[in-house]
Design a protein around this ligand. Structure first.
Ligand code: SF4
Length: 928
């Protein structure tokens, strides 16, 4: 239709429609303005205003496995939650960018989980097969009775340890976390580790520093002059923190991305280096070699703060110990060679100097508690420890032995990592390696920001040791703007004393913990494909000697599995084996949830849990140093209850059922604990003192030195409050938290065997495997398949949370996809959006493909953990990722290397997997 004709047509339409209604002389505008005709129409502006009016504003937090810890305001009207937004009341630190507003788009889909289609509204009992999705509605009384009966049956017939309770990430919702753990603790059930299981905890940090998961808050990035984003993509995965990165860059900080992908963070970097996947340790060791050979390393820092001057015997490759030289000498006192006196000299602060705290574990995140040592313990004074040379030392048997400093041995071994050799391994040119080494050594302070991208490899521990080595050589540890900062998961439960006191009222030592990687490997009879490494032998030795725990004992299977606040089945490695072998062993699977996720779908009973904006809890993160809270904007919707109230009700039901059956106590021979079921409810609520969620939250604040004196009321009225103290550094007004200053500045010993950052581990197994020093190990070749499988975290989801959110899905393809490079796709006859089958020896997944030019050839990617009911014909990303145990992670009898929940143990290696892909031509279910 041309212009005039079209205008004529529209005029005619307008006349036809308007004339009969309005008559002559009236227009829409005059109608809207005439109160006699539309008295209730106040103008469009007022309609918009009404839409945004609220009658109640409450504090909120997103209680998911997100490190964000973003304080929210939640707005409601007439008992309906309308929207949330960042509260914007985090104070800025001195001279640093404003931390507000702190949040992300996915987080502000929180309300969709209150009113959306996936909400679990009532207690449900399965009527179909597990996973089939057929349920019947039950009353709370019926559902709790079913659970209580099976819990009691199991306690009596199999022992309490056959009951398993799983819930991760205490930092994000410590009251909810503690609810189920307190119940488990009181009945004797075993609970689970989670940071190691998810691959959040870096074993290499524990091995080197004797610390579990301490990092700088992210505003400290602004203090760095050089930032290495090593396998990290904070623009996608640390959305509320990424502005500190760009603000640092605008302030002149150089940003280097080291990752195979040209990621959204790489686009904001000054330099992008892209090593071949899994070869990062070779690059790091080459950097270390250049820094040492060119004399750029910080000798004073290395001599005082690391074990690099410590002497190693040439005959058995172990540390020279006092017990080697003196009758009755300590086996845990170590020596350097003093160049001034030409004598071995004992280095202060080692394990032997504090025997009373060797196993105390008063702080669950430290290998030992060294904070009670005097300041200055590590100071060398007149001692001038040799870093190089060979020396002869007299032994107590009259003989002599050659000894060398660790540094001397390491320097010799670094000859295997010249820039040229590393270039062949990594694909990065030798000049680029040399240039980066010089830049790292010459720019201060410098920091490494890293995460799951390198921590999910099978040999992640030795890789992390190489990163710590770089920071130690350059003296960047314990400095603002420095250090290895490993952000992944939500792994720092800052007020751990309070959380533990609430969750385990009789003490952590009286609680059964299963190491979840081992638990899943054993009970799922997981096939790891690592025949050459004989993992079962290593595991048998570790379990038999008590280095790592497993429940139930004596190879018996678990009978009852209660999961809440965590999507175990969605994210389990060896998912096919878990469904095939572990799930049938479980006589009852209970899930407590706000939504019907994968674990709920495969459960027998699902209990509706209150949403984050329907309950009171606290929220902590390692990414900033403020505690904040969530509170009920409305009462729990439908029939849901808070996690705390659910477990209080379950305790009451178990108590009543036991009374009815005439069971007053159950004997627990392992802990010599007669479990008193007649008072279970009173124990759960501490005689009523912890009856309310708010009481439990206040209890955590009261019991933790980091928050003692704070009140829930103050958090509500005044907003986020800064932590009073922190794990390994003092808190200073206006200054960002950066860890380890008690060791580097106050010079208290590091919580390791040697009392120093420990790069040499003379444990038998480390020596046997050639890993006593940081070394490069190539990615696994156990899977004989051509493509690497990469499962990064998503911009649009927090693990599985928000994965099914319609708004988030609209920003993507609308469902899970496998990303493949066009050459690899074309080679397999794949077109964009085809269905494809991905498989290896561990399982199979059928999903759509996306041909993505940015995907490196030889690798395929799926953002991890789609729900099994999403647009997949079969399986999920975890179907092809096996549980694989790294032998050195099983060590639990070496100084600071001991099992403590979420401190040390085997973790996830889901990036070290190979697969193949082919076009899928089978039937496609209706609706996909
Ligand atoms: Fe912050 Fe995480 Fe919530 Fe996003 S989802 S707003 S990053 S807490």
């Amino acid at each position: 239709m041309d212009g005039p004709n079209r205008r004529t047509f529209l005029k005619a339409i307008a006349a036809t429609v308007a004339a009969p209604v309005l008559g002559s002389g009236l227009s829409l505008r005059s109608l809207a303005a005439d109160p006699s005709i539309r008295p209730d129409y106040p103008g469009w502006e007022e309609l918009v205003r009404r839409n945004w009016k609220w009658d109640k504003r409450t504090r909120g937090a997103h209680l998911v496995g997100c490190t964000g810890g973003c304080p929210q305001w939640v707005y409601s009207r007439d008992g309906v939650v309308l929207r949330d937004e960042q509260s914007g009341d985090l104070p800025a630190l001195t001279g640093l960018p404003d931390p507000n507003p702190r949040g992300c788009a996915k987080g502000n889909c929180a309300i969709d989980y209150m009113y959306g289609p996936y909400r679990v509204k009532h207690p449900l009992i399965r009527v179909g097969e597990r996973g089939e999705g057929r349920w019947r509605r039950a009353t709370w009384d019926e559902a709790l009775q079913l659970i209580a009966d099976r819990v009691l049956d199991t306690m009596v017939n199999h022992g309490s340890e056959a009951i398993s309770v799983f819930s991760p990430a205490p930092a994000v919702a410590p009251v909810s976390y503690a609810a189920g753990h307190r119940f488990a603790h009181l009945i004797g059930a075993h609970t689970h580790t989670f940071y190691d299981w998810y691959g959040d905890h870096a074993p290499g940090q524990t091995q080197t520093l004797g610390v579990q998961g301490d990092v700088a808050e992210t505003s400290d990035w602004f203090n760095a002059r050089l930032i290495l984003l090593w396998g990290a993509n904070p623009v996608q995965t640390r959305i509320p923190d990424a502005h500190f990165l760009t603000e640092a860059a605008l302030n002149g900080t150089r940003v280097v991305t080291i990752a195979p992908d040209y990621s959204s963070s790489a686009t904001k970097s000054d330099l992008w280096l892209h090593p071949k996947p899994g070869t990062d340790a070779a690059l790091a060791l080459a950097l270390a070699r250049v820094i040492i050979e060119e004399g750029h390393f910080n000798k004073a820092f290395v001599a005082e703060q690391t074990d690099l001057p410590f002497l190693i015997r040439s005959d058995n490759h172990r540390f020279l110990r006092e017990a080697d030289m003196i009758d009755g000498g300590a086996i845990d006192r170590f020596f350097a060679y003093d160049l001034r006196t030409s004598q071995p000299v004992a280095m202060c602060g080692s394990w032997a100097d504090q025997p009373e705290n060797q196993t105390a574990g008063r702080r669950s995140y430290l290998g030992r508690d060294t904070l009670s040592f005097a300041d200055g313990t590590l100071a060398l004074g007149d001692v001038d420890p040799a870093l190089e040379g060979r020396f002869n030392v007299r032994l107590k048997n009259g003989g002599t032995v050659d000894v060398r400093p660790v540094f001397d041995i390491m320097r010799a071994r670094l000859a295997a990592y010249t820039p040229e050799i590393a270039s062949k391994l990594t694909g990065i040119t030798a000049p680029a390696i040399v240039a980066l080494a010089r830049e790292l050594a010459g720019t201060s302070p410098a920091t490494i920001i890293t995460g799951a991208g390198i921590n999910h490899w099978y040999h992640s521990d030795i890789l992390f040791r190489t990163l710590h080595l770089l920071m130690a050589l350059t003296g960047n540890v314990g400095r603002h703007g420095g250090g290895v900062n490993h952000y992944v998961g939500q792994w720092k439960p800052v007020p751990s004393a309070g959380i533990n006191a609430l969750a385990f009222p009789c003490g952590v030592d009286q609680q059964r913990f299963s190491q979840t990687t081992i638990w899943t490997y054993v009970h799922a009879e997981a096939r790891d494909g690592l025949a050459d490494l004989d993992i079962p032998r290593h595991l048998r030795e570790s379990l038999a000697s008590g280095q790592m725990p497993l429940y139930p004992r004596q190879g018996r299977p678990p009978k009852v599995f209660i999961a809440y606040r965590g999507n175990y089945l969605n994210q389990t490695k060896s998912q096919s084996d878990v469904l095939r072998n572990l799930w049938p062993k479980l006589e009852l699977v209970v899930n407590i949830n706000i939504r019907m996720d994968t674990t709920a779908l495969y459960s027998d009973v699902v209990l509706p849990s209150a949403h984050w904006y329907e309950k009171t809890d606290l929220n902590f993160t390692e990414e900033h140093s403020w505690v904040h809270m969530t509170e009920p904007a409305i009462a729990p919707l439908f029939e849901s209850k808070t996690d705390w109230q659910i477990f209080v009700a379950l305790a009451r039901k178990v108590e009543a059922t036991a009374r009815r059956r005439g069971i007053a106590t159950v004997e627990d021979e392992e802990f010599r604990w007669r479990r008193d079921l007649s008072g279970l409810h009173a124990q759960m609520t501490d005689g009523g003192r912890l009856a309310r969620d708010e009481d439990a939250a206040q209890y955590i604040l009261d019991q933790s030195p980091e928050t003692a004196g704070m009140t829930m009321d103050a958090l509500r009225r005044l907003g986020p409050q800064r932590l009073l103290s922190n794990w390994t550094s003092p808190m200073e007004d206006g200054v960002p938290y950066t860890p380890f200053r008690y060791f580097t500045h106050h010079k208290k010993p590091w919580p390791t065997l040697t009392g120093r950052q420990q790069f040499y581990i003379d444990h038998r197994l480390f020596l046997e495997l050639g890993q006593e020093l940081p070394v490069y190990r190539a990615p696994l070749e156990a899977d004989r398949f051509p493509l690497r499988f990469n499962t990064p975290h998503s911009r649009h989801a927090v693990h599985s949370t928000f994965k099914d959110n319609d708004l988030m899905l609209r920003l993507q393809r609308g469902g899970p996809v496998l990303e493949i490079s066009p050459p690899d796709g074309h080679e397999r006859g794949l077109k964009d959006n085809d269905w494809a089958e991905l498989w290896n020896d561990h399982g199979r997944m059928i999903c759509r493909v996306k041909l993505r030019p940015g995907e490196p050839a030889g690798r395929v990617t799926m953002h991890h953990a789609p729900e099994l009911y999403q647009d997949l014909i079969q399986g999920g990303s975890q179907s092809v990722c096996p549980v694989r145990i790294t032998p050195t992670h099983l060590v639990g009898d070496y100084g600071h290397l001991v099992f403590r929940p979420n401190y040390y143990g085997p973790g996830g290696s889901q990036r070290d997997v190979r697969v193949d892909v082919r076009r899928y031509t089978g039937p496609v279910p209706t609706g996909l």
